[in-house]
Ligand binder design. Structure first.
Ligand code: ADP
Length: 338
């Protein structure tokens, strides 16, 4: 378990102070995939670097599996760091070494025998799908392949925690998906806890179970990915969610709506179970109204559905009000839009 307890970090350079983390607390349970999202400068890198003691808190504590990281002496810190693998945005590979050579670095530093190194590296390269690239150099690889090497190297010493610092930010969308699948596979197969930082909500959507949104060195919102996507509370969170789930009516549709004076327009939000009920069908059958769907969008989050729909409704006011009550009883959020 990773526990960040009231951690603050104040950088001071040439008399200029920078509060990168401000009394931040966070717990990541064993086996979780936990994502921290925030814009550039929010303090994400500083936070993740605290976990493997690359940065030390100005105040507060970082406790990993019951051990206070900042209290460890050099020898204990070295052994502690073995349980944490790190994956970087720009891969951090040694250009002068082959793929095999790069993945073997942590094993060489641990003075493992040649046989052990060969066996482990072969196994890791097979796992990340790069068996045929063992003798290649980094400049002969694509971005996705380089990141696979970075991941294999991070796994070399069988860590219990994997830290991912914007691991897919330098990759195209298709390669990003493949790397995210690999990370998910690592979490499932080896039960490795993953803490990742990102500025992309699609990364959170695709693999995380829990998310924390960071701003100005603080966590402004946190929870299960489904809850945060379904009910974002802070503006920054809503902006991030909107980058994945479109709930705004496109401008062209707005114009059409404005010209239809005799209709009323409602925005409906379906979350979880309500997304799979045939509600529009029920509306048309049970109420004397006409329903026109003007916009709809469905997204899958952690295997559940979040949907947004805008409908334009015509009918007597009492019928429309009864229809809205019916939708609300069915567990949807309904809002009239003008
Ligand atoms: P993020 O990863 O969210 O972009 P960072 O953790 O890199 O954010 O940075 C948070 C703030 O701390 C920024 O204002 C940044 O300039 C500052 N910062 C980070 N590292 C240092 C450092 N070594 N010295 C001085 N300021 C730093």
């Amino acid at each position: 378990m990773i526990q960040i307890q009231h951690v603050s970090k104040l950088f001071e350079r040439n008399g200029v102070k920078n509060q990168a983390l401000n009394d931040l607390s966070l717990t990541v349970d064993d086996g979780d995939i936990f994502g921290v999202i925030g814009y550039s400068g929010a303090g994400k890198s500083t936070l993740i670097r605290m976990v493997n003691a690359l940065e030390r808190p100005t105040s507060g504590k970082v406790v990993v599996d019951g051990r206070d990281v900042s209290s460890l002496n050099y020898r204990k810190l070295r052994s502690f760091k073995k349980q944490i693998g790190m994956v970087f945005q720009h891969f951090n590979l040694l250009e002068s070494k082959t793929v095999f050579g790069n993945v073997s670095i942590p094993l060489v530093l641990e003075s493992k025998s040649k046989e052990e190194i060969k066996e482990r590296v072969t196994e890791l390269l097979e796992f990340v799908g790069l068996s045929d690239k063992a003798g290649s150099y980094p400049d002969e690889l694509s971005g996705g392949q380089k990141q696979r090497v970075g991941i294999a190297r991070a796994l070399a010493l069988n860590p219990s925690i994997l830290l991912c610092d914007e691991a897919t930010s330098a990759l195209d969308p298709k390669t990003t998906d493949q790397i995210l699948d690999l990370l998910k596979n690592i979490n499932t197969k080896y039960k490795i806890t993953i803490l990742l930082i990102t500025h992309e909500m699609t990364v959170i959507q695709k693999i995380c179970n829990h998310v924390a949104v960071m701003e100005k060195g603080k966590i402004i919102e946190r929870g299960s990915v489904f809850d945060v996507f379904g009910h974002p509370k802070q503006k920054t969170t809503r902006d991030f969610v909107r980058s994945v789930i479109r709930d705004n009516v496109p401008a062209s549709i707005h114009q059409t709506l404005e010209s239809a004076h005799d209709a009323r327009t409602f925005k409906i939000e379906f979350i979880g179970d309500s997304a799979t009920k045939p509600l529009i069908d029920a509306l048309i059958k049970q109420f004397r109204i006409t329903v026109n769907i003007v916009f709809a969008n469905m997204s899958e989050i952690q295997g559940k559905t979040i949907g947004h729909m805008v409908i334009s409704v015509k009918g007597a006011p009492a019928e429309i009000n009864a229809a809205v009550s019916f939708l609300q009883q069915q567990g949807t959020a309904v809002k009239e839009v003008n």
